[in-house]
Ligand binder design. Structure first.
Ligand code: S3P
Ligand code: PEP
Length: 434
């Protein structure tokens, strides 16, 4: 439990380097583990979810160590894992679970796996079904949830699969099985989702062809350990972008943020809301990087539709907060995926922001946010709860900056899933301007 005060009248000021990208850190461990030779990772994210993936690979016999500020993974190759002694604990992490169902779908032993309460309510049929078409085998609950078992299997068969949902986790699970399958594996995406798996496979020496939403891989003979530089996570930076925009008199610089085109939806949507967000590109051999500068500005409501969702899927809670401060209505539709994240993020965004005066209507696949509502605590103090969801916890903290009255955050530990030092960084920005 932690009490947050409103931001000072002088606003939020300073420079923040948010931690490494969660999606890319997971994948650096995965590719490092299945490659031969050493992989060195810079700016690796030490958060609860990524540490889960690290622990899982250690249980599979992979040597992973910290060398100064870097992480070193000694690759085992795809056939080098040893049978884990315990059931694999996936914690709260959807990315670990779904990607590893693909990556570990051709191992000579059964692997029981389980997760926490939230993860045990997230759908796995979306990966189990396509992977089963490739001859992978899973035992899951009748509803296709955890706990379950990734079954022993010695043969995968390539296939062509048209994705029914826009999901980088589903796409990545199929590709990570595809690189071990006989024949060709083709994934067809209607809407582009984050492409870190495709980029990293290429970086590790693999062959992959991407052509207008059609992604083709073959069985890969050998991948080679690499040096991976993880950009700062745009999904974490998004909380400070919105904080800077909606807190009067602010100016915040976010350093070396990953601006991969499949991830910059939050910037594009804020620009559509009228924000002027400065990007100073930084030369990079890998994923695109930029410093991002935001100043307080007025915003207006917009329509956010299905096409906008994949590149901003994790940023919708903080965008909803921005919309409460915009002039006019913001209509979010085609976002039913929000209902199957760490929480039902349509329900939890509404439950927390309406406690402090936001005016939001719930829709099955989104919400209508009636903007221009000053946020205030109706009486005494108010508890804003994360519901165990890191992104809801961080949204609550940013809301507190502009809320009149005493806001007490509960369940703030959840922030450690993607950004353990979030509150410390926020407090840094709140120091009076010198
Ligand atoms: O592939 C990834 O690293 C992720 C994909 C997204 O999930 P979906 O594939 O379910 O959309 C995103 O919400 C998650 O935080 C990370
Ligand atoms: C949905 C998220 O992660 P995951 O699916 O890996 O639990 C997230 O980080 O917002």
């Amino acid at each position: 439990m932690i009490k947050l005060t409103k931001a000072p009248k002088s606003g939020l000021h300073g420079e923040i380097t948010v931690p490494g990208d969660k999606s890319i850190s997971h994948r650096a461990l995965m590719f490092g583990a299945i490659a031969t030779g050493d992989t060195i990772v810079d700016n690796f994210l030490m958060s609860d979810d990524v540490m889960r993936t690290m622990t899982l690979f250690r249980e599979l016999g992979v040597n992973i160590s910290q060398v100064g500020p870097q992480i070193k993974v000694i690759g085992k190759g795809l056939a080098g894992f040893t049978k884990p002694k315990h059931a694999l604990n996936m914690g709260n992490s959807g990315t670990s679970t779904r990607l590893l169902m693909g990556l570990l779908s051709k191992q000579p032993f059964d692997m029981p796996f389980f997760g926490d309460e939230s993860l045990s309510n997230r759908p796995l049929g979306r990966v189990a079904k396509p992977l089963s078409l490739m001859n992978a085998k899973f035992d899951l609950t009748a509803d296709e949830f955890l706990p379950g078992t990734i079954k022993e299997n010695n043969r995968l068969q390539g296939m062509t699969y048209e994705m029914p949902v826009a999901s980088a986790q589903v796409k990545s699970a199929i590709l990570l099985a595809g690189i071990q399958a006989e024949g060709e594996t083709v994934v067809i995406e209607k809407m582009p989702s984050r492409d870190h798996t495709e980029r990293m496979l290429r970086q590790f020496g693999g062959t992959i062809v991407t052509d207008n939403g059609v992604i083709t891989v073959q069985q890969q003979r050998q991948l080679h350990g690499q040096h991976v530089l993880v950009p700062s996570d745009i999904s974490s930076a998004a909380f400070f972008m919105v904080a800077g925009l909606i807190t009067p008199n602010s100016e915040i610089t976010l350093k070396k943020v990953g601006v991969n085109p499949t991830r910059v939806g939050v910037i594009k949507l804020l620009e559509r809301m009228g924000a002027n967000i400065m990007q100073e590109p930084i030369p990079s051999d890998g994923e695109a990087l930029a410093d991002i500068i935001v100043k307080s500005q007025s915003l207006h409501g917009i329509n956010i539709t299905a096409d906008d969702i994949p590149s901003a899927v994790d940023e919708l809670p903080i965008l909803a907060l921005a919309a409460t401060q915009a002039q006019g209505d913001t209509v979010i539709s085609g976002a039913a995926e929000l209902r199957v994240k760490e929480t039902d993020r349509i329900a939890t965004v509404i439950s927390e922001l309406t406690k402090i005066g936001a005016d939001i209507e719930e829709k099955q696949d989104g919400m209508i946010i009636h903007g221009g509502t000053p946020l205030h605590v109706p009486q005494g103090s108010i508890l804003l709860d994360s519901h165990g969801d890191h992104r809801i916890g961080m949204m609550n903290a940013v809301a507190a900056l502009i809320t009149e009255g005493d806001v007490i955050l509960t369940g703030e530990d959840a922030m450690g899933v993607s950004y353990p030092g979030f509150l410390a960084d926020l407090v840094l920005l709140m120091r009076e301007k010198i």
